[in-house]
Structures are given as C-alpha cells and as structure tokens.
Design a protein around this ligand. Structure first.
Ligand code: BTN
Length: 219
C-alpha cells in the first residue's frame, strides 16, 4: 500500500511530504530542521527514525496520530513503553518518540520521530531516551519501519475509530495522576478517559471532568 521514498538528508520529512501523493512515505537518515509540536525543534541526528506518511483528509485527523503512536509502540515491542496523550511514547518518564500531524495541501501528513540509535544530547538526557540506550543494542531501523508501516496499514483498512481508541487506551497512562499544560491553563487530576474525538478527559480533585483539546501532559 505504501510507496517508500528514502533520502539521506532533508530539512523535514513533513515538509518534503507535502509534494508527494497519498500513501507515500518519506524517510530521511537525518533532518536539518526537524519540527516538533508547538513549533519546537526536533533534533534529528543520524541513527534515528524520521518518517512522514501522506494520507487523505479525514474528519478526525487525531485518529491518524493515535494509529501512529500505536503502530510505533507495537513495532518497538517493549511492554514498559506507554503512550502519553496525545502522541508521545514514554519509557520510564522519558520520551522515546513523538508525532506531528499536519494538514497541508488537502493532505494529512503524519510525521513520526523515534530515537533509536541517535545520540541524545546531554541537555535533553533528563527527559529523553533512545532505544539503544534502553536495550544496550544497535537497533535495526528498517525492521522497525517495516513493522510500523504494516501495523499502520492494518489500522487503516478498514478505519475503525472504536478499535483505534480502545487499543490506544489499553496502551496508555489512563488512571495516572497527571498535570496538563494547555496554552492558557495548567490542570491537575487523574487521566480519566479518551472521548470519541480523541480528546483527553481529566478528573480534577473535586471529581469534575474537564475535556482537554490541546496541550502537554507532564508525568
Ligand atoms: C513532538 O513530539 O513534538 C513531535 C515530533 C515529531 C518529529 C517528526 S520526525 C519526522 C517528522 N518530520 C518532522 O520535521 N517532524 C516529524
């Protein structure tokens, strides 16, 4: 189903993907201007996985983000990795992977970054880790990419939002005490549920349920 295009160096696989057809996958060995959520940089040195999948527009693109996190988690196949809403893979409170979904030129671009063999910069070591650091072994990126794409495809055909959200919930941090920082406010409470729009439902101290539509969860 997917057509893979591999590049040695790109500014950003998400930006490159804009000019490609649906079902294209853009992979780069390194990115010079890797992008994260909220216009943050995504440091992308050689050794890591940097890829973007071009998909059609759907009503709720967050479903693609959920599929990407689930597929990456399944490809990595480590039970201790949890998905943190909306899109991070976390190992022992450290970030291993991030996803940036963008709508451009009437397409959805799902960008996935996974720290595999890339070096984690000293100043990020307190909050980020890599698969090589976890397993103490060299990681075969091709194997993870193939497995991720196979999982991704199985979630697309057919696209079943209930299955995606249920699988996501099973792999996530629901039930944990969390702090959520949105652009306007910080909330504390229990990660209670995910609704049908893929929004996070937080239960605060008084038992009030709050719907979080955007933001960062701090564990
Ligand atoms: C985040 O957690 O903030 C999202 C990070 C997304 C990084 C990936 S790497 C491949 C793709 N190309 C980019 O420029 N960004 C995404």
């Amino acid at each position: 189903m997917f057509n893979i295009h591999h590049f040695k160096t790109l500014d950003s696989t998400n930006d490159k993907a804009i000019s490609f057809k649906e079902n294209s996958v853009i992979i780069a060995d390194e990115q010079k201007q890797g992008k994260g959520r909220f216009q943050r940089p995504w440091i992308s040195q050689k050794g890591g996985i940097y890829m973007s999948i071009v998909l059609p527009i759907i009503e709720n693109p967050q479903l693609y983000t959920f599929i990407a996190a689930l597929s990456a988690k399944q490809a990595i196949n480590n039970k201790q990795i949890k998905i943190k809403w909306p899109n991070d893979l976390i190992y022992r409170k450290k970030k291993l992977s991030g996803i940036l979904t963008e709508i451009k030129n009437n397409k959805t671009i799902v960008g996935i970054g996974i720290n595999t063999n890339n070096k984690i910069q000293t100043e990020l070591k307190y909050k980020s880790t890599s698969l090589r650091e976890i397993t103490k072994k060299e990681i075969y990126n091709k194997h993870i990419i193939n497995s991720l794409l196979n999982q991704f495809e199985s979630y697309l055909t057919p696209l079943n939002p209930d299955r995606i959200i249920n699988d996501w919930k099973k792999s996530s941090f629901l039930g944990d005490k969390i702090t959520v920082k949105t652009l306007s406010k910080t909330y504390e409470g229990i990660a209670f549920d995910i609704d049908k729009d893929c929004f996070l439902i937080l239960k605060d101290k008084k038992g009030k349920k709050i719907t979080i539509r955007e933001g960062d969860v701090l564990c």
